[in-house]
Ligand binder design. Structure first.
Ligand SMILES: C[S@@+](CC[C@H](N)C(=O)[O-])C[C@H]1O[C@@H](n2cnc3c(N)ncnc32)[C@H](O)[C@@H]1O
Length: 279
């Protein structure tokens, strides 16, 4: 299967279903990162905005409120389940945001139409990112802007490094993929991101670190449950015998103890906020 088909089947299979099931808690974790990127994008009344890899639509709904009735927000995603959830949320909130099931890297897009291409953690999954960003750039007005937030490396992000480090030697893990493999951390290397965007034709590229302490759970048991809900730990434990799961969860709990504060378990999230101009 090509990397692209892997992503499409993943986001239309278990991963998409898990994201729908845990949408509220994922939104709560990701909202500060999205809010920081939205503040940088600074959507203006009347702006036309494309939300790439919009998922269940949290950012699109926020941005729709900022661009008002004169503006538009279109969210694109390859996951049917997430697009359906996004549409339901827009209808129940009376939002003007629109959603479309599409591969943003290759679906036909209106030319020179958008003031801003925006994404909260939705642009790291393209098998050919240069081609995908070049394609999406054609949808930007000549004075348009690109703004997205993406994860830095896995090692800098507690929400993955902590549980996955803890289960090493307990759960058999696949050999690590090369860092540029499509996935949440494929944009961790700042030079790679710069190269992708400049080769795709973007100018004035700025990549700024954004760190945020994530209140993950009120206690260690809650943090273990949350880490098992969705993400790499949930996948690693799939199909493992109960004894291995129990041992792994104990080790993950021990790792979270070190992050216990007066406010509960607080972990660090490390992202880039990336901005670029259409030309
Ligand atoms: C980590 S989730 C983020 C979702 C959403 N932006 C949020 O912050 O809640 C990544 C999203 O990118 C979507 N995605 C992955 N590859 C895509 C592609 N080629 N075109 C459109 N969406 C894609 C996935 O289906 C998924 O919803």
């Amino acid at each position: 299967m090509t990397a692209e088909k892997v992503q499409a089947s993943d986001w239309n299979g278990r991963n998409g279903d898990q994201w729908v099931a845990h949408q509220a808690s994922l939104d709560q974790m990701l909202a500060p990162f999205g809010a920081a990127a939205i503040a940088v994008a600074a959507p203006q009344p009347g702006d036309h905005i494309l939300d790439i890899g919009c998922g269940a639509g949290d950012s699109s709904l926020h941005i729709a409120g900022l661009v008002g009735q004169a503006g538009t927000v279109m969210g694109l995603d390859i996951s049917a389940a997430l697009i359906e959830r996004a549409g339901e949320r827009a209808r129940s909130a009376g939002s003007s945001a629109l959603f479309q099931l599409a591969d943003a890297g290759r679906a036909p897009l209106p030319v020179a139409t958008y003031d801003c291409l925006f994404s909260r953690f939705g642009v790291m999954f393209f098998d050919d990112p240069v081609a995908a960003f070049g394609h999406m750039r054609s949808a930007l007005k000549p004075d348009g802007r690109l703004v997205f937030v993406c994860w830095r490396t896995a090692a800098e992000n507690d929400w993955v490094s902590l549980p996955m480090g803890a289960i090493k030697g307990i759960v058999p893990l696949a050999a690590p993929s090369p860092p540029e493999t499509p996935g949440p951390f494929s944009f961790g290397n700042v030079d790679r991101v710069h190269h992708i965007l400049s080769t795709a034709g973007f100018g004035n590229i700025m990549i700024t670190p954004f760190d945020h302490a994530i209140p993950f759970a009120p206690d260690v048991a809650g943090a273990v449950r949350r880490a098992c809900d969705v993400g790499p730990l949930e996948r690693a434990l799939l199909g493992q015998p109960e004894t291995v799961r129990a041992q792994a969860m104990q080790a993950v709990g021990d790792a979270f103890v070190g992050r216990m504060t007066a406010e509960g378990v607080v972990i660090n999230g490390a992202a880039w906020i990336v901005t670029a101009a259409a030309a």
